[in-house]
Design a protein around this ligand. Structure first.
Ligand code: SF4
Length: 228
C-alpha cells in the first residue's frame, strides 16, 4: 500500500490565505480543484515576489556591525509560529544533500548590510501584523558578531526570535566562543540540525527533515526540552 502523505494546512487568520505544506502543486490541484482556485508554488525559504536587495543603496561604515544578507521578506507562515518577517543570511559549508537553497552557500554572495538597516527592513511589514522574526540561511552561525548585534537590536524591540541552523544544539553549546552562548540566550526557538533528504517525508511543520528539532529557550537546553 502507498504510504499516506502528511500535509500541513495553514490558514492566515489576517488575510484568509491558505498555505499547504507537504504536497506538490499538481497533487494539491487533484485534491482541491473543485474547491479552490489554482495556487502558487512558494516553497520554504523561497518566497515569491521577494524584492531583490540593491547593493548600491547600502553604505557600511567601519564601526557599524553588519551581516551579509541573501534576502529579507515578510508574511511567512511556514518558518516559525504565526506570521513572520524573515532574514536569510549567506554562507554555508555544511552542504546537505538536497538543500533547497544552494544559492545561499557562497559566503561572498548577497549584500553586506548594516544591522540598523536590516532591523528597519525587518520591522517594516507595510502595516501588516507580525508575530516575530525568523533568521535562517545559509548558516546564520557563520556570522557570529553580526548575528548577535542583530538579535540584540531585535530583542530591544520586543521581537520573538526563531533561528534555524544546520548545526545541532550539542555542537553549538560545545563551542567556546561566548558570543554563541549569548546568541542562544536571545533565541526563543532554535531549529537545529542539517537537512537529511532520506528523513524529509512526514517532517511536519517548520522543519525539512525529521532529525531537525524545535528547541525552546536553547540556552537552557536539556534533551527533554526538544519537540522532535
Ligand atoms: S545547513 Fe541549510 S543551507 Fe546549509 S546546506 Fe544544509 S539545508 Fe542548505
Amino acid at each position: 500500500m502507498k504510504p499516506v502523505k502528511e500535509t500541513t494546512w495553514i490558514i492566515d487568520t489576517h488575510n484568509g490565505s491558505l498555505t499547504v505544506e507537504g504536497l506538490h502543486q499538481s497533487e494539491l490541484k487533484m485534491v482541491t480543484s473543485d474547491l479552490l482556485p489554482t495556487g502558487k508554488q512558494v516553497n520554504c525559504a523561497r518566497p515569491i515576489n521577494t524584492p531583490k536587495l540593491n547593493p548600491s543603496f547600502v553604505q557600511i561604515t567601519n564601526s557599524e556591525p553588519s551581516l551579509r544578507v541573501f534576502r529579507i521578506y515578510h508574511h511567512s507562515v511556514v518558518e516559525g509560529p504565526g506570521r513572520r518577517s524573515v532574514l536569510q543570511t549567506v554562507g554555508c559549508s555544511i552542504r546537505c544533500d538536497g538543500c533547497i537553497v544552494p544559492e545561499t552557500h557562497d559566503p561572498n554572495g548577497g549584500v553586506e548590510m548594516p544591522i540598523s538597516e536590516i532591523v528597519e527592513m525587518l520591522l517594516d511589514s507595510q502595516g501588516e501584523p507580525r508575530d516575530g522574526i525568523t533568521i535562517l540561511g545559509g548558516e546564520p552561525f557563520l556570522q557570529l558578531n553580526g548575528l548577535l548585534a542583530l538579535m540584540q537590536a531585535l530583542r530591544d524591540k520586543d521581537q520573538h526570535l526563531t533561528v534555524y541552523t544546520g548545526y545541532t544544539i550539542e555542537q553549538l553549546i560545545s563551542r567556546s566562543e561566548s558570543v554563541v552562548r549569548r546568541i542562544l540566550e536571545l533565541t526563543d526557538i532554535l531549529i537545529d540540525g542539517p537537512f537529511i533528504k532520506e528523513l524529509s517525508e512526514g517532517s511536519g511543520e517548520w522543519v525539512g527533515s525529521t532529525n531537525q528539532r524545535l528547541i525552546y529557550h536553547p540556552s537552557q537546553y536539556s534533551s527533554s526540552d526538544c519537540s522532535e
